[in-house]
Ligand binder design. Structure first.
Ligand SMILES: Nc1ncnc2c1ncn2[C@@H]1O[C@H](COP(=O)(O)OP(=O)(O)OP(=O)(O)O)[C@@H](O)[C@H]1O
Ligand SMILES: [Mg+2]
Length: 453
């Protein structure tokens, strides 16, 4: 505020006396001196006051600016003294912790965290002093909700004289970042598996067309081999009867010689096993063609309500009946219905194949065991089959769903079981995957959409 100093120039009245004229003059000049001095002092005072006011304004602006910056920061900030007492926090810190400023300022840094590990980290930080400040990750507890993991960047703080006076910790909550990263990873994983499925589906589709053609071509010759083998079997029976009737009577010596030369008796004895072998071969070829046809079948998906738990138990029943050894079956979640949507016949085929494969895998295991677990997971029903066989080798793992891939001896496996099952499950909108279990043995997971009515 400007200071008025006109009052200082008020006229000074002196006695009008000639004797004292000289003295008066002297006194007057002294007064003028004093007044001038005072004037100068006042001017200086006014100038200093103005400077002071400007400085004060600048200081207030700087203060507001700093306050604004601190408030605008989304990262949390804590300023501490050398022993770890909180001197200042910013608004982000209040928001994150959900605590008022007076509950934070003045307290010990260790009081802000919960677990002993975090307290130890802070103690280490304080012990290291300004010499070795490192970035740390310490979770901050909140008034409401889970603690938030925060990465802290810690730097020493120096006062105006350059003395170490504590430290400033700026933290960024990484919970969001971690969640986003996990989501990204899950999306990446889903994309990878979708891509793998697409490749597999494309492989299946082209193989399906090829196999359908082959199956179609083979079907005719096999059916007449089979038909003729049946006729031959009947004819052989009749011819045998006829020849045996002839041989019961005396044959002419030439015919007798011919009978011996052509080893007719051995031929007759061989005929039944020959025709049985022929039939079996023809039938087996017929089965393979059937399987091929099923593999490429575009059979429409009958959408019924199917109990996967019941279906699994029935499949186990049939496979165990045919197995020459006993298997420990451990069921979890199979005692209550697990409704899925699809064709009971086709799903039965998938289950029999998976269970048969498991039985084949544990045939030589000391205590053969198969664990079956059904989980109902929201929109899906998941069946896990974990056997204690020797598992699937790393080389075989990417190939087992390929048609004709088998490690079983010729005549035992066609290598079509899993590829057919894969196709069926896919047409049901589900997924079939295989892996080795950490505890050993193979683990197949079948996931199907739950029946929703
Ligand atoms: N539970 C399992 N443990 C170890 N290997 C397995 C298991 N299930 C399948 N496999 C491997 O996958 C291969 C392919 O199985 P897939 O069912 O397609 O054909 P297969 O059983 O050999 O013949 P098919 O089913 O036609 O009789 C098997 O030969 C085997 O090597
Ligand atoms: Mg199989």
């Amino acid at each position: 505020m400007p200071v008025s100093h006109h009052a200082l120039h008020a006229p000074v009245s002196l006695p009008d006396d000639s004797i004292a004229a000289a003295g008066q003059e002297l006194a007057e000049s002294a007064w003028i001196d004093v007044i001038q001095r005072m004037d100068e002092v006042y001017s200086e005072l006014v100038a200093s006051q103005e400077t002071l006011e400007t400085k004060h304004r600048e200081l207030a602006e700087a203060h507001h600016f700093t306050e604004g910056v601190l408030a605008a920061m989304t990262d949390v900030l804590i300023v501490c003294d050398t022993v770890g007492k909180v001197r200042q926090v910013n608004r982000a810190m209040l928001q994150l912790t959900g605590r008022p400023e007076n509950a934070l300022v003045g307290c010990d840094l260790t009081e802000l965290v919960q677990d002993s590990q975090a307290q130890q980290q802070i103690a280490n930080l304080l012990a290291a002093g300004r010499s070795d400040m490192q970035d740390v990750e310490i979770a901050l507890p909140r008034q409401q909700g889970e603690p938030v993991p925060v990465t802290w960047n810690v730097s020493p703080l120096y006062d105006g004289e350059g003395r170490y006076s504590g430290f400033v910790a700026v933290g960024r909550p990484v919970g969001e970042l971690k969640r986003a990263y996990a989501q990204l990873q899950a999306a990446h994983q889903a994309l990878k598996s979708a891509q793998a499925q697409l490749v597999q589906a494309e492989k299946m589709a082209s193989l399906g067309r090829l196999v359908a053609g082959v199956a179609h071509e083979l079907n005719n010759p096999i059916s007449f081999v089979l038909g003729n083998a049946h006729a031959m079997q009947r004819y052989a029976g009749k011819l045998t009867r006829y020849l045996n009737a002839l041989h019961a009577n005396d044959l002419s010596p030439e015919n007798q010689a011919l009978r011996i030369e052509l080893k007719i008796d051995r031929l007759i004895a061989d005929l039944p096993s020959l025709s049985a072998g022929l039939m079996e071969g023809a039938e087996r070829s017929g089965h393979i063609v059937d399987a091929l046809k099923r593999f490429s079948a575009v059979e429409e998906n009958t959408r019924q309500r199917v109990d996967l738990a019941d279906l699994t138990q029935r499949a186990v029943h049939w496979v165990s009946r045919a197995a020459p050894f006993r298997v420990d079956i451990l069921n979890t979640g199979l005692d209550t219905p697990a409704w899925v949507c699809g064709s009971a016949n086709q799903l039965q085929q998938v289950l029999v194949n998976l269970i048969q494969n498991a039985f084949d895998a544990i045939e030589k295991t000391r205590n053969p065991r198969l664990e079956l677990t059904i989980n109902r997971q929201g929109q899906n029903v998941e069946l896990q089959l974990h056997d204690n066989g020797s598992g699937i080798s790393e080389e075989a793992l990417p190939l087992i769903f390929d048609p004709f891939f088998t490690t079983k001896p010729i005549g035992k496996g066609t290598g079509l079981g899993l590829s057919i099952s894969y196709g069926i499950v896919e047409r049901h909108g589900g997924q079939l995957s295989a892996d080795n279990h950490p505890a050993g043995g193979a683990c197949f997971t079948l996931s199907l959409p739950a029946f929703t009515g």
